[in-house]
Design a protein around this ligand. Structure first.
Ligand code: SF4
Length: 216
């Protein structure tokens, strides 16, 4: 569900309250768990800047009013806030205005290049936020056919002026409900020798000697 909502992993997640300014996502990642819930090609904006302002001021709907502190929101739990549709609808820009205005903390997840355009970047720099840009390697481009390529995403990170680029080899998008076959396909594409199942996620580890030492 888009807008402000709780994820299904509320008791496990550090950021259980999410914000989604879109329903659907044009990146069409083959591993996307949301594809199992509804047709993500049907993309609709969710204009929720007013609801966001209410949430920040303490007027929280029943589904999230168990939380009465300034918990950082996770923006982009079931969609990408800066996917191409944003250029037309500008639902995310309106929420960025609220975040920049209030200083409320948030973490956003994106693969969308719009985020580095000046009007977006200026608001992001005026906000208290952490950016997450998921990427593994260029071999994954064929699994994320609607998203900017791996190299384009690296360029995005540079443009944001990010001080630190975490090279995370884990795949949090791969929930326990996904199929083993899909994991093996991903591991093969990334040049990984084996998969290690962690708590609620699978970690991919690269073959020793090809990309450096395998870490346990
Ligand atoms: S960017 Fe995220 S929400 Fe969009 S298709 Fe990929 S995994 Fe799903």
């Amino acid at each position: 569900m888009a807008g402000i909502a709780c994820g299904s992993q509320i008791i496990l997640c550090d950021l259980p309250i999410r914000l989604d300014t879109y329903q659907g996502c044009s990146h069409f990642c083959r591993y996307c768990f949301v594809r199992k819930q509804y047709d993500i090609s049907n993309i609709k904006p969710v204009k929720c800047a007013g609801a966001l302002r209410n949430f920040i001021s303490g007027k929280r709907p029943e589904t999230v009013n168990w939380c009465d502190w300034d918990i950082p929101l996770h923006w982009g739990g079931v969609s990408d806030p800066f996917q191409p549709a944003e250029r037309l609808h500008r639902a995310s820009l309106q929420c960025l205005d609220v975040f920049a205005d209030t200083g409320y903390p948030f973490v956003f997840s994106t693969k969308g290049q719009l985020v580095v355009e000046p009007e977006y970047l200026a608001r992001i720099r005026a906000s208290r936020c952490v950016a997450q840009v998921s990427m593994v390697c260029s071999r994954y481009d064929q699994m994320e056919t609607g998203a900017p390529s791996y190299d384009e995403r690296l360029g995005m990170c540079e443009k944001t002026g990010a001080k630190r680029l975490a090279r995370d080899r884990s795949c949090p998008a791969l929930s326990a409900g996904s199929q083993r076959r899909r994991f093996e396909e991903l591991a093969s594409l990334a040049g990984c020798g084996r998969l290690r199942r962690g708590f609620r996620r699978y970690e991919v580890q690269r073959r020793e000697g090809r990309h450096g030492k395998t870490r346990g």
